[in-house]
Every structure is written in structure tokens, then in C-alpha cells.
Design a protein around this ligand. Structure first.
Ligand code: FAD
Length: 125
């Protein structure tokens, strides 16, 4: 793949990932259980190890050390991720996003249905 092709693919992956992450934190419970807090914490740390762009993953791991995930509420998690994304924006020379606009920017199209917090048992592997 050409250098341009790689850069385009990396940017597309980044956009898709940020969209998922922001939408997820904005659907995170207002009052999470300890299990839900652990799940979000683990999600970000596992993602920082497994993210396909190695350079991005290494930088994200450093960011998580500096700004540990805030899991106490939906607002805390969504604002934390917005700040972390802005740190990446700053490093890449991109404009800062106004975190006051999070709610109107991210809509999962899921209505008000609650997210499932109970673990399911895998039947097939
Ligand atoms: P993106 O940064 O992808 O943002 C997409 C949209 O989200 C924007 O158009 C805007 O509407 C909105 N947005 C912007 N900032 C915020 C914010 N703070 N909060 C909420 N919404 C916001 N690329 C590299 O080249 N090097 C890296 O080291 C690197 N590290 C990355 C680490 C992670 C964890 C991720 C997910 C991506 C990383 N990327 C990296 C990709 C990079 O961040 C961008 O996704 C990519 O460059 C495309 O940028 P973009 O200008 O389309 O906007």
C-alpha cells in the first residue's frame, strides 16, 4: 500500500474508533455499578494494547497513564474521553473540540433503551 493509502486508512480507522468510543461513553450509565466501572476501565486499557496502529497504541498507553479513565458517571467518562481526544488532536496539530457539544454530536440511534450490564454466558466458541 502507498504511503498516502496507509495514512488514509489510519485516519479512517481513527475516525471510526473515536466515533465508537465517544458514543459508548455517552451511553455509559449515569450511576454505574462497580462491575460497569471495571468494564470501562478494562475496555480502554485493553484497547490501548490491541489498537491496530502501533504508534497510536503506544501514545494512547502513555495518555492513559497521565489521564486514567474516569468511570464514576456518564458525564465523567464522556468528558474524560473528550479531553483525551483533544490531547491527541493537539499532538497531531488538529483543532480543539468544544466538549460542551458532545451530546448533540453523538447519537447512537438506540432511543432510551438501557445498555445491558449483565454478563452473558458464551454458548459456542
Ligand atoms: P478525528 O480526530 O478522527 O475526530 C473525528 C471527529 O470527532 C471530528 O471530526 C470531530 O467531529 C470529533 N471530535 C474531534 N475532537 C473531539 C473530541 N475531543 N471529543 C469529541 N469529539 C471530537 N493518528 C496518528 O496519525 N497518530 C497517532 O498517534 C494517533 N493516535 C490515535 C489514538 C487513538 C486512541 C485513536 C482512536 C486514533 C488515533 N489516531 C492517530 C487517529 C487520529 O486521532 C484521527 O482519528 C485521524 O487523524 C483522523 O482525524 P480527523 O481530523 O478526521 O478527526
Amino acid at each position: 500500500m502507498s504511503k498516502l493509502g496507509n495514512a488514509t486508512a489510519k485516519a479512517e480507522l481513527g475516525r471510526a474508533t473515536w466515533k465508537l468510543l465517544h458514543t459508548m461513553t455517552l451511553r455509559y450509565p449515569e450511576n454505574p455499578t462497580q462491575d460497569e466501572r471495571d468494564a470501562l476501565w478494562n475496555y480502554f486499557h485493553l484497547m490501548s494494547r490491541l489498537y491496530p496502529c502501533g504508534e497510536c497504541a503506544a501514545e494512547f498507553q502513555l495518555l492513559l497513564q497521565k489521564y486514567p479513565p474516569q468511570t464514576s458517571s456518564r458525564r465523567a467518562a464522556a468528558t474524560w474521553l473528550c479531553v483525551v481526544h483533544n490531547e491527541v488532536n493537539a499532538r497531531l496539530g488538529k483543532p480543539e473540540f468544544d466538549c460542551a457539544h458532545l451530546d448533540e454530536t453523538y447519537d447512537c440511534g438506540c432511543g432510551d433503551e438501557p445498555i445491558s450490564s449483565s454478563p452473558t454466558t458464551a454458548q459456542d466458541n
